[in-house]
Design a binder for this molecule. Structure first.
Ligand code: FES
Length: 124
């Protein structure tokens, strides 16, 4: 694993996100409730670029305990990204799929350095 400087923290606004590529790794960088998260840009459904979908950045209310309908939460609530292809939603903070409990997108650790740059730790 190696840390890579990706961008300055001011480039990732609350309620927005960007997609970056470092070598063979493509990921979305999100800011949720003052913390940064990196999510692999690969949907486990049919392998499409998940992080090019809309992010929704409010609180998840209650526990995710059952399979969910497609785009159930995307209309203005929760800390979710919805895949732009078929609308399956994932928790940005954990990568957990809300539609299928057995699907989880890989997350990467994000660090803020002394200059307020965002570093993401990626596999070598
Ligand atoms: S490829 Fe992402 S929901 Fe189908």
């Amino acid at each position: 694993m190696s840390k890579h400087v990706i961008c300055h923290s001011s480039e990732i606004k609350v309620g927005a996100h960007k997609v970056f590529t470092v070598g063979r790794h493509s990921f979305g960088l999100f800011k949720v409730e003052g913390s940064y998260y990196a999510l692999k840009n690969l949907c486990p459904h049919q392998g499409m670029p998940l992080c090019e979908g809309a992010g929704v950045f409010d609180q998840i209310e209650g526990e995710v305990t059952a399979d969910r309908k497609l785009r159930e939460f995307v209309a203005g609530e929760k800390n979710l990204v919805a895949c732009p292809w078929h609308g399956i939603e994932f928790d940005i903070r954990t990568g957990q799929c809300l539609y299928r409990k057995d699907w989880k997108v890989r997350t990467y650790e994000v660090f803020v350095d002394a200059d307020d740059n965002l570093q993401v730790e990626l596999p070598d």
